[in-house]
Ligand binder design. Structure first.
Ligand code: ZN
Length: 194
């Protein structure tokens, strides 16, 4: 039986970003469509990074100092580290940084941008679709990473007296009425009996 170690999804992961981006594009708000998709992509990358480094979402309580330092890392560093961890490909790296450049252009030059210009429109629509595509890919890989991590730790319960199986909910053994409940934790190749 697997322990409920699966990470609780944060609100941004419950967002149907594909639907939101499509809606914005349908209504002609190309730059908000792009920013939306891009922001979700960045959120996934950061979230995964914290999970990789601290093995928990509750980073601040555990490693306050370290996380303060790491929070200052640039997106470029985060994306490089994901490549180094083997989480994403080098192609992903280039694609994400390309979108990051467009994001900076949109944010810093929005007033100057001619949103009705055909070239600008085309660029933003293309970038929005690319952001959704990358969100899908990163989210899928991130989920796989979390699933694999959850499987690293398996807990089994048994009776400490007759060694019969017990479930996580039972406090007394059905076979011998013993309250001596024990559990085995399988940590990949290691076995720990408690
Ligand atoms: Zn028993």
């Amino acid at each position: 039986m697997g322990m409920p170690l699966k990470y609780n999804p944060q609100p941004f992961k419950q967002i149907d970003y594909k639907k939101e981006v499509e809606k914005e594009l349908d209504e002609g708000r190309n730059w908000t469509a792009f920013l939306y998709g891009y922001t979700v992509l960045e959120a996934y990358l950061w979230d995964w990074f914290w999970m990789q480094v601290f093995k928990t979402g509750k980073r601040k309580e555990i490693h306050k100092k370290a996380s303060e330092h790491l929070e200052k890392l640039s997106l470029k560093s985060i994306v490089s580290l994901h490549v180094a961890f083997g989480n994403i490909t080098k192609k992903n790296y280039t694609e994400i940084l390309d979108l990051s450049k467009i994001r900076n252009q949109v944010v810093h030059e929005l007033v100057k941008l001619d949103l009705e210009n055909k070239k600008v429109k085309k660029k933003l629509i293309g970038a929005s679709k690319k952001a959704v595509e990358l969100c899908d890919e990163v989210a899928m890989k991130y989920r796989k990473f979390l699933d694999e991590r959850a499987q690293e730790i398996i807990v089994k319960y048994f009776c400490g007296d007759c060694e019969g199986p017990m479930s996580s909910e039972e406090s007394t053994c059905k076979t011998c009425n013993s309250k001596n409940k024990k559990h085995v934790i399988n940590l990949k190749d290691k076995k720990i009996v408690i």
